[in-house]
Write a protein that binds this ligand. Sequence first.
Ligand code: 4FM
Length: 227
Amino acid sequence: MLIDILSLFPAYFKGPFDVSIIGRAIESGLVQINLIDIRDFSQNRHKKVDDRPFGGGPGMVMAPEPVASAIRSVKKEGSHVVYLSPQGKKLDAAKCKELAKHEHLILLCGHYEGIDERVIEKEVDEEISIGDYVLTNGCAAAIVLVDATLRFVEGVIGHPEAAMKDSFEETGLFDAPHFTRPVMFEGMEVPEVLRQGDHQKIEKWRKAQAREKTVRVRPELVKGESL
Ligand code: 4FM
């Protein structure tokens, strides 16, 4: 899989993509992530990429030309262009699974107050939000999307069964709680059922725990469920 990330701060991504599971996926060649600086596409003598908003209001808007040029410099047949913004469709596991099927993702990270709407209309396939809050720019959202999407790319996760057992995958509910040694930690014991080796009983207990917490914390995930 190829991922091109367009932003004004390519350095922002250095840490997160150089470590852990994503770092390993890149090192092994399963995924290639290119960081593209939109400022490199400014036609302006001062490398300016923003301007004042028509209609007035605070802040600056990213101008259409450098953003369009940056996208077109990497776009090819089969590319899927995603703009990260609070105005997009909310990211969830199903969407990540879908994104993982594309062989080329282009992620556009906005800065300032917004991007000129005409580029979005002309060059963007899909606007996605990671949640109902506003970030100072789209870079952190792109990191979230890449991480959650790559988990669905074959070979990225060491134990595919473990990936499937995580929250939302099989059941659309939370994952069950996990425990490891020691059996007693600061007066709290690992639940008896997990230490007795009855795997049917363990499975039943985990399902009940997952369901109980989902109902308590996110009842809307359980409503309309077909179980
Ligand atoms: C987006 C700032 C575009 C500036 C943002 C511009 C966000 C989110 C977010 C901030 N992205 N989900 N929530 N972006 O807040 O994806 Cl130009």
